[in-house]
Each structure stands twice: as structure tokens, then as C-alpha cells.
Design a protein around this ligand. Sequence first.
Ligand code: UT7
Length: 352
Amino acid sequence: MVSIAVNKGRENVAMLGIGAYRPTRIVSNAEVCEVLDSTPEWIYERTGIHNRRWISGDETLRTMAAAAGERAIANSGIDRSLIGALVLASSSWLKLTPHGAPTIAHDMGMNGIPAFDLTSGCGGFGYGLGVAADMIRAGSADYILVIGAETMTVGLDPTDRGTAMIFGDGAGAVVVGPSDENGISPTVWGSDGENAEAIAQNVDFLAYMDKAQALQGADPDAEPVGRMSLRMEGPRVFRWAAVTLPRALSSALEMSGVAKEDIEVFVPHQANARINELMRKNLGLADDIPMANDIENTGNTSAASIPLAIEEMLVSGRAKGGQLALLLGFGAGLSYAGQVVRLPPVPLEPSF
Ligand code: UT7
């Protein structure tokens, strides 16, 4: 029988470089409360956020993704001609067709490489990192650029008390490639479609188009077409997180073979500082372990939050390249993905 060839991959993979892009416009709680029925104190107490960054001027998801990707490549020291695939983790690229990754690869001078989008809400970066690591282990590529990029504000209703104060824009990227020692554990991931409506667009594309068409046809009974926006049942997500995420973190440790006492840095998704503090305590990580708190001045940037948070810790000196870190992303779809990793080197080209 004719046999089909099998790829030969590399067993040990790591994040070789990290890059980020933060929008220039800083939006304080006070500014959010000019429109939202809330107070700066309530927002900080319940979420841990003081400021977030929102795109302005020429900034778009496309420009931010390319800028973060450029910095990740420069900081990895890898020649871009070696990048064998681009994975864009995002839930706010505004067209289903064409998807974003090929355009961004082209913008970055890498036209022609395999490039695809991965939509898994705020867990997107963890999914992208897991897929990239496994692609390299399987021999599908040697070096892969994983970008988490979001413009959450495009679909944000500034008057919605469940979301308006939380979300921000930004992009973070890593180059994943072969390494002498393994730097990325197996991924622990999952989803909960039963509760998926807890974080959802207020209306799907078909319903939106039907409404618009009815209005165009001057249907007197047609409801006005509001702007499509994101809704979140925060307390429901909080309860789900309290049950699901401690288990995911324990599994990530178990599958990595790394004892929790050896974890040097904790980088959970930047959704809510209170959730993160609860996870740290429940898992029994030390009180003084360096824990990402990028949410305070960046807000929740969904699939961009973990690489942005890692970059902030490396640039500020709160974490060092090569340290053992526990990552966990979670959000829409009620999906999650986590790994134990060795942090990439401190970026020579930081985002701030
Ligand atoms: O990134 C994706 C993953 N997402 C998450 O992990 C989000 C998880 N959930 C959360 O972060 C929190 O649930 C929120 C920050 C969204 C909300 O905080 P909360 O502590 O769960 O507030 P709540 O909805 O339970 O409301 C508590 C109180 C209520 O007032 P009463 O009934 O106690 O008088 C609300 O009416 O706070 C009120 N409230 C607000 N007050 C000022 C709710 N939203 C606001 C607001 N500003 N924006």
C-alpha cells in the first residue's frame, strides 16, 4: 500500500519574543462616567480598572495587530522570512469575509504564508498559543506569529452598565518557535456552550440585516435599528468563573508537571481584578507572587489581554524573561485556555 508521509515536528517550543501595541488615547473612569450611569469609585472597586485605552485617529485593529506583530518579530531576533504561519486571535475583526490574518500578513510583508483567524473570545490568545505550539510540534511550521488584537470599543454601548466601563482596545503578539528546553506546556482548554449567551452580541447579523431592510422598505412596524453591541451578564460569568477556572488552573499545573510552588508569575486574563485575586487565593499561590494587573490602566482587551499583560510585567521589571508563568484566558463561549510557560525575553522594543 502507498504510504502517506508524516510531518516531523519539534518537541520543544517556546515564546521567543513578545510585542504589543497600546492605543495612545487613555480614557479615565471619570470620562466613562460622563455618559455611563456609574461612578469612578464603583468601577475601580468592582473591576480594578482606573483607565483603559481606546483607539483614536488612524488606529484600527489592522494597524495595531501589525504593529504588535512587528515588535514581536524584532524582539525575537528571528528573520521574518522564517515565519511559517500567522494566527490572529480576535473577536472584533469586523468582516467575516475576508478574515483578518491574510491582510495583516500582507501588511507585514509576509504575503503568502498560511494565515487564519481564531475566534474564542477572551480565551483567544490561549487557544492561539496552544494551536501554534501544537502546529510546530506536528511539523506544520517552524516559527508562528500569534497575534491577539481587539477593538472592543467598536461594538461597545457607552451607556451599558454591564460592559461600557470594562473593555479597551489593544494588541499583543508572540513569536512561537523551536527551543532547546520546552517552554509551553500542553494546553488545558474547554468551553460551556450551555452558558454561551452570558456574553453575546445583542443581535445576530441576520436579524440586524432584516431590521435594516424593513426600515429601508419603510415598514411602519419596524423597530429602529440600533447599533450592534456586546452584552454581558457579569455576575453569571463571575459565578461560572469561580467554579470552572480553579479546576482549569489545577489541570494546567498537573499536565505541565510543574509544582505550584515553582510558579514564579501568574498571568490570568485581565477581566476583573477581584476574580484574579480569588483565583490566586483558591489555588494557594503565594500572596506576594507577581500577578498581572495590566487591567488597572489597560482595561479588558479580550484576546489581547494576556500578551499585553505579560509585556507590561516584563517592561516594568515585575517579571523576568525565562521565568515560569501560569497563564489562563477565559470569556465568550464560556471558553477557557491555559498553559504553564517560560516567559519570553524582556522586549527591546516595548509598547510604552
Ligand atoms: O472578559 C470576559 C470575562 N468576563 C468576566 O469575567 C466578567 C465577570 N464579571 C464581572 O466582572 C462583574 O460581574 C461586573 C464588573 C461586570 C459587575 O460587577 P458585580 O459586582 O458583579 O455587579 P452586579 O452586576 O452584581 O451589581 C451590583 C450592584 C447592583 O446594585 P444593587 O442591586 O446592589 O443596588 C447594580 O445595579 O451594582 C450595580 N451596578 C452598577 N453600579 C454602578 C451594576 N453595574 C453598575 C455600574 N455602575 N456599571
